[in-house]
Design a protein around this ligand. Structure first.
Ligand code: F6R
Length: 614
């Protein structure tokens, strides 16, 4: 959840570390800090954004000049409020060890009690600080140890998740790092190394990286790195080449990453389908699951586990797979699945969906499903992420780095992957070659239709003006548009802080209708499908209670303009591809409402891009 950066080499470390933190700010931004080794240890940390830290550094950072090794952190609070003293790095009492940590030390209170009993005092309320004192105690207890061994021994006492970087002025030419449950990547430069919690801060310096796996540690010096397990067994690591550029993680002229990512969708959709949708042959080619396709087709049941927006994509996946492949599908919140002793076995397939590939609950669901013998398949965006590596087979969404905290392009990419999967599972079983070919043609037309919807940006912004002072908004849709209603509501609430709910339109009568009055805007997704006339009746019901109606409807639908206060017209499309279109105006609407309210859309309060803690 928090962001980690480390550097050791021949260049000035502090500006490099600060720059790296800026690239990671989407992971957490309530405080930031830096520690460098300048003969002695120097640490600066402060509540607030990386910008605050930068200012502090310009005033008090002269000791950091000319220093070529250090670590830095941007925090998203789990234990202890956002404050200067809870900011990382944390130090031991004598100030010669500094540590930054992502994750949660679950047994920290036991360890804290133990250390307190031995005379250790704590400066912060964090779980992370316990770890630096533990390392200190072990190292002081045996002076023959080095930093690496002291860290290794300390980690044996720790339960929970961590990605850590540790430095010490007693061994100034090394950074010791370790990972369990919280990602860490080492970037390999020329006579220099970078460490980070994901590749975003590394890509501008090198495209060669090594991903640490759970239970691994590394010692990084100016000229080499070694990776071992926490049990001290040496590991040969594969060097991976990153395939995204710096330009891709910058804003490219848009005011916010979220807007850039919304507008990137036509291109991203093409990327997701490239090489996979074979229009001429009327089939899909899915390399990542090819060897397992027969087993997937034979599944007695498919269970989809995910969180948040990825869970909404999973719901659409359920509709798609059941409609085309006729395999029963259940969609579970990963956080519920992992704790409810689910009935899953060898005949089941569990699909985990995650943009980041690091979401703690989704990862735990994956591991549980594996333990129970299910075939586990992943749908991830971040290449090399933990979920991608731990699943037996899977498909990348190829949406490129998603920086805006609110997921947009990753969602539509997930839905396209699920559409291709549903068709691959149907082949030779449930629908004809011609029907698959027709569906693929429909899918391939989506990017161009999305571009046309994006042209409505100004109209959608004007509608957002009418919503910006709302206190509650209801989103209603049916069939394929029900998960879109949920997603539209989630987008609005997470970035504009307006309370919003999504419902299947027919459920309105069973409760939410009580809320309707002239202050309640209702957004209907009313495309022409089998439930269209029923949705029109729901609109009438809202109007007769003076509710304000905004409708997403198909081009040419005159009837709806009579009923709705505002209509956003989108191109016609078949039911299964509809969510890929109807979600676009809802993303834009949420974006504009949030910016009109002065909210920071790329960094909404209390949220983080990658939820690597429970
Ligand atoms: C909402 C959003 C979150 C994520 C959720 C799962 O816009 O981004 O709801 O979808 O935290 O994250 P991933 O997909 O990374 O597992």
């Amino acid at each position: 959840m928090c962001g980690i950066v480390g550097y050791i080499g021949k260049r000035e470390a502090a500006p490099l570390l600060l720059n790296g933190l800026k690239r990671l700010e989407y992971r957490g931004y309530d405080s930031a800090g830096i520690a460098v080794l300048n003969g002695e240890m120097s640490v600066l940390k402060q509540k607030g954004s990386v910008g605050n830290l930068e200012q502090l550094l310009s005033v008090s950072g002269t000791v950091m000049l000319g220093v070529t090794a250090g670590i830095a952190h941007t925090r998203w609070a789990t234990h202890g409020d956002p404050s200067d003293r809870n900011a990382h790095p944390h130090m031991n009492v004598t100030g010669d060890i500094a540590l930054i940590h992502n994750g949660i030390i679950e047994n920290y209170s036991v360890l804290k009690q133990e250390l307190s009993g031995q005379g250790y005092t704590f400066e912060s309320d964090t779980d992370s600080e316990v770890l630096v004192h533990l390392i200190d105690r072990i190292w002081k207890g045996d002076s023959s140890l080095d930093l690496e061994s002291a860290v290794r021994m300390a980690l044996r006492h720790v339960e929970g998740a961590y990605g850590i970087c540790v430095i010490s002025s007693r061994e100034p030419d090394r950074i010791v790092v370790a990972r369990k449950g919280s990602p860490l990547v080492i970037g390999i430069g020329d006579g220099e190394f970078f460490i980070a919690s994901d590749a975003a801060p590394i890509v501008e310096h090198t495209n060669k990286v090594v991903y640490l796996s759970d239970g691994e540690m590394a010692v990084v010096t100016r000229d080499h790195y070694t990776v071992k397990t926490i049990e001290n067994v040496e590991r040969e690591k594969l060097i991976t080449e990153l395939d995204f550029s710096l330009e891709k993680i910058e804003k490219g002229g848009f005011e916010h990453f979220m807007l850039k990512e919304i507008f990137e969708q036509p291109e991203v959709m093409q990327d997701v389908m490239r090489g996979r949708v074979r229009l001429n042959e009327g089939r899909v080619q899915l390399g990542g699951i090819e060897d397992y396709l027969d087993r997937l087709k034979q599944a007695k049941r498919i269970v989809i586990c995910a969180c948040g927006t990825s869970w909404h994509a999973g719901l659409i996946g359920e509709y798609l797979i059941e409609e085309f492949a006729r395999i029963p599908v259940e969609v579970d919140y990963a956080s519920e699945f992992r704790y409810r002793n689910p009935i899953v076995g060898r005949e089941d397939v569990v699909i985990v969906i995650s943009q980041s590939g690091e979401t703690a609950d989704t990862l735990a669901a994956l591991r549980l499903a594996k333990e129970k013998g299910a075939l586990v398949m992943g749908i991830c965006n971040v290449v090399g992420s933990t979920i991608a590596r731990e699943t037996l087979c899977g498909m990348y969404t190829h949406a490129g780095p998603e920086v805006g905290v609110a997921s947009t392009k990753a969602f539509t990419a997930q839905v396209i992957v699920l559409s291709m999967l549903a068709l691959a599972l149907s082949k030779g079983r449930t629908i004809s070659h011609d029907e698959i070919a027709l569906s693929l043609r429909e899918l391939s037309k989506v990017p161009e239709k999305v571009s046309r919807i994006l042209d409505l940006n100004d109209q959608i912004r004007a509608i957002a003006e009418t919503l910006k002072d709302a206190r509650n908004v209801l989103y209603l849709g049916r069939g394929y548009n029900f998960p879109v209603a949920l997603e539209g509501a989630l987008k609005l609430k997470e970035i504009s802080y307006i309370h919003a709910e999504g419902y299947p339109a027919a459920e309105m009568k069973h409760g939410p209708i009580a809320l309707i009055d002239e202050d309640m805007p209702v957004i209907f997704i009313a495309t022409r499908d089998s439930t269209y006339t029923k949705v029109l009746s729901n609109i009438e019901e809202v109007r007769s209670r003076k509710g304000r109606v905004i409708a997403i409807a198909n081009e040419g639908d005159q009837e709806i303009s009579r009923l709705a206060d505002h209509v956003i017209y989108i191109p016609q499309a078949s039911g299964p591809v509809t969510p890929l279109l109807t979600v676009i105006p809802l993303q834009l609407l949420a974006y504009h409402v949030a910016t009109l309210r002065g909210c920071n859309v790329d960094r909404p309060r209390n949220l983080a891009k990658s939820v690597t803690v429970e």
